[in-house]
Design a protein around this ligand. Structure first.
Ligand SMILES: [Zn+2]
Length: 75
């Protein structure tokens, strides 16, 4: 018989890790032309050439958050 504690621990780790990293590294759409990043709901990204990346990556490229859709304003 297997120990149920080991199974519970494995499930807990699987649930906890993506839940944590998902919030901290939210994906944004970057418009490289204007060096701005947006949420996927922003109307400004519809006609633009965008790249999907995390906020951390967008900031590393010196991109500014869009004042309209304010991505990452929660953190
Ligand atoms: Zn926007």
């Amino acid at each position: 018989m297997r120990t149920p504690i080991a199974c519970l621990l494995a499930v807990f780790i699987l649930l906890a890790v993506p839940g944590c990293s998902g919030r901290r590294h939210a994906n944004v759409l970057v418009i490289l032309k204007t060096k701005s990043y947006h949420t996927d709901r922003c109307p400004r990204v519809r006609m633009a050439n965008t790249r999907l990346m995390t906020i951390t990556e967008a900031r590393a490229l010196n991109c500014e958050p869009c004042p309209g859709c304010a991505p990452g304003s929660a953190d």
